[in-house]
Ligand binder design. Structure first.
Ligand SMILES: [Fe+2]
Length: 340
């Protein structure tokens, strides 16, 4: 019965759902995840096409990311009060990972960014965002499917050690004191231990929790190891983590405009982040902005028409009759990208 219902994964229920004896099962507008499909199967309901509605991509991203965020909040809260600190992998695999994979498979980088913007739920949404962005990166880096599945879980759990950090520190408005910083940094080792001690995870995933704040030049934490000792998964998650943290509005500062973040990341390539992974990320994000209107530093408005592989942040722009190659006009730059 579940097999028939599987095809409705990622679609929304058109009306409240009741079983044959009139018991209420799920409310209208539920975006169906594998847990819901299992529940519907238990109630021996076979869904019909008219029971669901197809949502457009923007709505799908928003609902899927919101649902995953709520599920992550649940997982975090459960763990906070659970002495054993074993991660609920079944819940994670059923309620979070399938949506992260479905959103990533659409390969619509620019389209998903709005859904990743945190509301007052940064700690939870950030894990989902890093899960999606790392999965996209893994796809572009051509990881094998089994590696990609492993990476998605590792990335989604990268900050799980934060459940051991007092929430006053996690949500503090303003910079942390030296002591608070030292405590905050321990989320890496706490996360490592929790993943290591959970059945159904592997060492690579635990290492991502441990190493996602390490930097190529040894300036990171907790151990300050050099690039050759940082795993590829950790390097991928570091790029996704930095990008999402910089584009999100946090308690203590407004979000940096997208283009500004990319420029900053490009300069960080030297020394901190893996240069190849970072370049692939920037290239793909710029590619997804093809056709967007941009405002240049001389206040003219144009349209991005070609991304140049050697200098992706300085594309070919069409302004009226003119085609301007920004890689050759270094006095000019993009100051703003106007979403389509
Ligand atoms: Fe972290």
């Amino acid at each position: 019965m579940n097999i028939n219902n599987e095809q409705f994964l990622g679609k929304q229920l058109a009306a409240n759902l009741f079983n044959r004896t009139g018991v209420f099962v799920l409310p209208a507008m539920t975006l169906l995840n594998s847990e819901h499909i299992r529940l519907i199967g238990q109630h021996k309901i076979i869904l019909e096409p008219q029971d669901v509605i197809q949502v457009d991509s923007a709505a799908f991203y928003q609902i899927a990311v919101d649902d995953c965020t709520a599920a992550m909040e649940n997982i975090f809260e459960q763990l906070r009060y659970n002495k054993s600190k074993r991660l609920p992998m079944i819940e994670l695999r059923n309620e979070v990972i399938p949506f992260i994979q479905q959103v990533s498979e659409k390969n619509d980088f620019y389209g998903i960014l709005a859904a990743l913007q945190p509301k007052d739920d940064y700690t939870y949404r950030h894990n989902v965002a890093v899960g999606i962005l790392s999965t996209l990166l893994g796809m572009w880096l051509k990881l094998r499917p089994e590696e990609l599945g492993m990476l998605t879980i590792a990335a989604t759990l990268h900050d799980i050690g934060k459940i051991m950090i007092p929430s006053e520190i996690l949500t503090k408005a303003g910079p942390l004191s030296e002591e608070e910083t030292a405590l905050m940094r321990k989320h890496t080792t706490y996360g490592y231990e929790m993943i290591r001690d959970t059945v159904g995870t592997n060492h690579m995933q635990a290492l991502v929790a441990l190493q996602h704040h390490e930097r190529m030049d040894g300036s990171g934490y907790p151990f300050g190891v050099l690039g050759h000792r940082i795993t590829d998964f950790s390097k991928i998650v570091a790029v996704a983590d930095i990008f999402h943290a910089m584009t999100s509005e946090r308690f203590y500062r407004p979000a940096a405009p997208l283009y500004e973040v990319l420029r900053q990341m490009e300069s960080d390539v030297f020394g901190k982040l893996d240069p190849y992974i970072c370049r692939v990320f920037i290239n793909k994000l710029m590619q997804s902005m093809l056709g967007n209107e941009v405002v240049l530093s001389d206040e003219r408005t144009g349209k991005i028409i070609l991304i140049l592989a050697h200098d992706p942040l300085r594309p070919l722009v069409n302004i009226g009759e003119e085609f301007l190659d920004l890689s050759r006009h270094r006095d000019l730059g993009i100051v703003k990208v106007i979403p389509q």
